[in-house]
Design a protein around this ligand. Sequence first.
Ligand code: PHE
Length: 447
Amino acid sequence: MNEEKRATFGGRISAVLVAAGSAVGLGNIWRFPYLAGENGGGAFLVIYLAAVLLIGLPLMLSEFSLGTATKRNAVGAFRQLDKRWVPLGYMGVLSSVLILGFYLVVAGWTAEYMIHSLFSDQVQNTDPQSHVEAFNNFISNPWKPVLYALLFSVATHLIITRGVQRGIERASKVMMPLLFLALAVLAVNAILMPGGMAGLRFFLAPDFSKVTAETFLMAVGQAFFSLSIGLGTMITYASYFKKGTSVRGTALQVTLLDTVVAVLAGLVIFPTVFSAGLEPGSGPSLVFITLPSIFCKMPMSALWSTIFFLLLVLAALTSTISMHESATAYLEEEWKMTRRKAAWCVTIFTGLLGIVASLSLGIWKAHTLFGLTFFDLLDYLTANIMLPLGALLTCIFVGWKVDRKIFEQQLYPDCRSGFAFRLVRFLVRYVCPVLLVVLFADNIGLM
Ligand code: PHE
């Protein structure tokens, strides 16, 4: 496609905002706390932070470089550089739609909680068990959560068809600072609650006795999921960066923002969990049964709850947009569809996945594969297998196949690279692939 005809994101701040909009979402606030809660709290946090730094950041730099160098979608980027690697792009697009399939369901829950906070006095209920019951009743309802997931799907579709620039930029600009503020206020509140300190200890003091090979895989998978990498979303987004956008600065800031939000979410959730006598290993319901326990103790609980879930809805929306966009851009550019038609294909397919994923937690709960519901299967398959595999292959591609000069030029357009570039390249060429191979081998029991 003609370069001038492609949409771009505004200046540098916009690039950071939209990429952070993709990264910051339910991965940070819903998925990270529940995985940390199931996997030993502090120990999971330490492994997660190491994964972000050693693998996440170098991989984000690599994906950004592929996007800025080619100005193509995830498949087109590989096609342009080396046709044999196109299947890696396909896997990325497939990962995006599979993730979107179950993500829409959780995003729908946040929308329901937002609306519920406005119209019901359940928020004021101080019995933590009643929040657990309310959540279980809601997600197993045969039509309500499905409807909310579809609502979310339509909202994403509308923004996607209005074009890249306006929709995504605007949503991110407002949401990000407010989300920070709200999380910080909640964290202070949570830590000061009676029993809050025990939660803080659980989250910050590592206990490595619960760590297994799977914990490492989960932490690495979560790092990819949360940073939106390993599936080409960031290739697509970087292809819209305006000329002169700093790849290094953007990657650093996005990684930092994303990590801070995840840690803040942990600082809100765990003190509340311990204070309310809930179970940190409650799984995917954790955030939804915990947050109401903090709101009910605050003045103007309904208002707080509504505002916070509204921010979550927006954070989820900027993420669903990015997954949708990477599949839509692929259909539009590689299949030469109109944007409208491409977007409809993605919306219908992911909407159907969403319906099945939602029902698999309720009336279709008995139908499982490998002991997992369809919802859990999508989650496990993408975060623990497809993203780490995509990440491994992307590192090999950028580290060993792409001309060093191309990579260098994207990171250092002024050609003045030094030790930092050599370090990043070393991480991409050796450290990331070796760690990921060991991780896979370890998990399928080869080591
Ligand atoms: N990073 C997003 C989140 O944390 C989810 C996401 C994954 C978005 C993959 C795009 C691609 O919520």
